[in-house]
Design a protein around this ligand. Structure first.
Ligand code: SF4
Length: 62
């Protein structure tokens, strides 16, 4: 999967980085996707569930 963060929607809660630090990193209080290739190792469902503003979208990796 390829995760994409909507930076306008991100409130900087840090949940994604706590759950999946291989993929997400907070910079200036906004989440950034540092390594989308690492997404396969993360708990995607949990990240989506914990992102209250629903700022993260997962796209299929073709
Ligand atoms: S969980 Fe969502 S709102 Fe929180 S830092 Fe990550 S992308 Fe932003």
């Amino acid at each position: 999967m390829i995760p994409v963060v909507n930076q306008r929607a991100c409130i900087g809660c840090g949940a994604c980085e706590r759950i999946c630090p291989e993929v997400f990193r907070l910079i200036n209080n906004k989440s950034n996707v540092m390594d989308s290739d690492a997404c396969d190792t993360c708990e995607c469902e949990k990240v989506l569930e914990e992102c209250k503003p629903r700022a993260i979208t997962l796209y299929d990796d073709f």
